[in-house]
Structure formats: C-alpha cells, structure tokens
Design a protein around this ligand. Structure first.
Ligand SMILES: Nc1ncnc2c1ncn2[C@@H]1O[C@H](COP(=O)(O)OP(=O)(O)OP(=O)(O)O)[C@@H](O)[C@H]1O
Length: 216
C-alpha cells in the first residue's frame, strides 16, 4: 500500500511550492491523477518514484518509509518495487527490446529470467518484436515495450506519466487496459498522471487537479 502525508516540493530557486493532496492507494488499487499541463503532475510522480526528494512530508510503500533510504539503497528499492512508464520511452537504442528488459532486472540485482521476459512481451502483444531494436517499433509498440519493461521486476507500484497522450483512441484504450490488467495480475497499485480525459472512466479513484503550486 502507498501512503503519502503532507508532501510538498519546491524546485531550487522557485517562487512557488507544490502542495500535494494526501494519497492512500491499496495493493491492486488504481488511481488517476487528472490535471492540466503545468499543474505539477510529473513532479508528483517523480516524488512518488523517489527520483525527487520532498521538501517536507512522508511517503511509505508497503511500510517502507522513503526517508529511510538514499543513494544506492533508494535506487535498489525503486528498481525492485516501482515500475516506471514515461510518456516517451527511454531505451538503450543499440540493444534489442528483450535486452532492454533484461537490463531492468540486472539493474535491480534480480536474477535473469528469460521466460518471464518472453511471457511479458507476449502479454503485451509484442513478442514478435523481442529481437528488434526499439527504434524499429511503432510509437504504440514502443509504449507497450515500455510497459513490459516496467513489469519485469514484478513491482508493487506502477507509476505512469501520460502513457496514452501520444496515442490514437484505439491504442490509448489498449494501453490503459493493459496497464490495469497487468497491475491487477501482479497485485500492484497503479497510478497514472495525465491530462488525457479519455482515461477518466477506467480508474477506481480519480483525483482532479488544478494547479498544485502556491506562492512560498
Ligand atoms: N526542473 C525544474 N525546475 C524548475 N521548475 C520546474 C522544473 N520542472 C518543472 N518545473 C515547473 O513546475 C511546474 C509543473 O511541472 P510538471 O512537469 O510537474 O507539470 P505537469 O502537470 O506534469 O505538466 P505536463 O502535463 O505539461 O508535463 C511547471 O510550471 C514547470 O515549469
């Protein structure tokens, strides 16, 4: 379960501070954070991912307090427990799709599991592309490969930043369904931040945001 309490963040030198509503997301819960561009959604997701550290407040995932972790421990915690899906895929271009997935496991110090990689790619309908380079996939296929990579460590929490904004209606609906199905299968909590209104009805919890920034 993910819990946050009184989270705030300020970019260095900024005149405003972001204040985030408290969250409580159960194991296998789904949450959509819906808001306009610039509201602070990506900032929020980076905090939840432990990529940014809050100015104040607490975050806990399955009883582990983020504040107790730093450096390599935090990287390892993230690699093992949090699956990240960004709007644009970040792959190692010179490696195949399957090799990119294998790296995600290695970076989290998890043992190789070729069977799991193949199964995951199959579930996402891109097993035919396992041996291709990421640049040889369509945008929709790359997005599914990104989701596959977020799943191969069997995370407790999946965080997705605008996973559907660049996709047409059919692919957006497919990606939304895949994220929810795979999260449910893993028993992982799923949080999606987006301005894509098309996702509104797909999620159990929806939090609508206006700007989260307030003057210091
Ligand atoms: N590194 C940074 N330094 C200073 N300000 C930043 C930085 N990153 C983002 N911001 C500012 O914080 C605000 C929120 O940005 P954020 O990316 O979190 O919004 P968002 O809701 O995800 O928007 P979008 O949907 O356009 O990505 C914006 O005004 C942005 O300019």
């Amino acid at each position: 379960m993910l819990i946050t309490h009184d989270l705030t963040y300020r970019y260095p030198g900024a005149a405003t501070t972001f204040r985030f509503p408290d969250l409580s997301v159960d194991r296998a819960g789904t949450l959509l954070l819906l808001g306009p561009s610039g509201a602070g959604k990506s900032t929020w997701l980076h905090l939840l991912a432990g990529v940014l550290s809050p100015l104040a407040g607490r975050m806990e995932l399955d009883g582990v307090d983020y504040a107790a972790l730093s450096g390599a421990k935090l990287d390892r915690f993230r690699g093992r427990n949090i699956g990240l899906v960004f709007q644009r895929p970040y792959f190692v271009d010179a490696l195949t799709v399957e090799e990119n997935l294998a790296i995600a496991r290695r970076m989290a110090s998890l043992p190789p599991d070729p069977e799991l990689l193949r199964t995951t790619l199959h579930q996402l309908g891109i097993d035919d592309h396992a041996d291709r380079l990421p640049g040889q996939l369509s945008v929709g296929e790359q997005q599914r490969a990104t989701i596959a990579r977020a799943l191969v460590n069997r995370p407790k929490l999946i965080l997705a930043d605008e996973p559907t904004s660049a996709l047409d209606r059919r692919n957006a609906s497919r990606v939304s369904a895949l994220l929810r199905e795979r999260a449910a299968e893993l028993g992982a909590a799923l949080i999606v931040v987006t301005h894509d209104e098309r996702l509104r009805d797909d999620f159990r919890q929806v939090v609508e945001l206006t700007s989260l920034a307030t003057p210091n």
